[in-house]
Design a protein around this ligand. Structure first.
Ligand SMILES: Cc1cc2nc3c(=O)[nH]c(=O)nc-3n(C[C@H](O)[C@H](O)[C@H](O)COP(=O)(O)O)c2cc1C
Length: 208
């Protein structure tokens, strides 16, 4: 299947069968998430991969979507609530080590990044959450490529998720979910519904 056929195949599954997604497939989706583009490469979020049925059941009670408990794996995208000087230092060390360059050669980059990330806390929180959404998009495509169904979800109680998963203690906040599993065609009315999209020439504004 080419990419467009794959994207036509995928849809946001409303009901799932609870069939397990193989670990290799989940790992490939996580690997794709790790390869996503992020602003300055900072990756200011973490992804929780939850297959534990008791935890999913607890989260289900704080969610408006049955896919939370019906999924094989629930991915919780959680972004940093602030970015500290230590985060920036760690990132500089990682760049230097990975590219085998002196960390001092990154001083300009570090100064610009530190300036940007000293913006008001609300700005930084929004910025970090946006990066998690880019990863969400990558994960949706990666799942479809493996013929794994997925549902992106914002319909949940963020504060309750943060509490259940102990995210605050890690400096994180839940922003968006992705249920991974397999569509239940028997009870999901959307499984055979036509995709609704505006025409491409309405979406695209071409300036030649
Ligand atoms: C950020 C985001 C949040 C969403 N939240 C929910 C949700 O809480 N529950 C749900 O059933 N679908 C949710 N969806 C799925 C959309 O309704 C769906 O993607 C849209 O209707 C387009 O249909 P398609 O993805 O099936 O092509 C969400 C999608 C996105 C991208």
């Amino acid at each position: 299947m080419n990419l467009i056929d794959t994207l036509n195949w995928r849809y946001a599954a409303k009901r799932m069968t609870s069939e397990k997604v193989a670990n290799e497939k989940v790992n490939e989706i996580l690997e794709a998430i790790n390869l996503t583009a992020t602003s300055a490469g900072m990756q200011p979020f973490r992804v929780l991969s939850i297959s534990n049925p008791e935890i999913k059941q607890k989260l289900q009670a704080a969610s408006f979507n049955p896919q939370v408990s019906e999924s094989s794996h629930l991915l919780v995208f959680a972004s940093y609530t602030h970015v500290s000087k230590e985060h920036i230092d760690e990132y500089m060390e990682l760049v230097a080590k990975t590219r085998n360059i002196p960390v001092e050669s990154l001083n300009d980059f570090k100064m610009k990044l530190s300036g940007f990330l000293s913006m008001p806390e609300e700005f930084v929180r929004t910025w970090a959450a946006k990066q998690a959404y880019i990863a969400l998009g990558t994960a949706i495509v990666a799942a479809a490529n493996l013929k794994v169904d997925s549902t992106p979800m914002e319909g949940f109680d963020n504060a309750a998720f943060d509490e259940i998963l102990g995210l605050k203690e890690r400096g994180l906040q839940s922003v968006v979910l992705l249920a991974l599993g397999y569509r239940n065609e028997e009870i999901d009315p959307y499984a055979k519904a036509k995709k609704v999209r505006i025409p491409l020439d309405e979406l695209t504004i071409t300036l030649n």
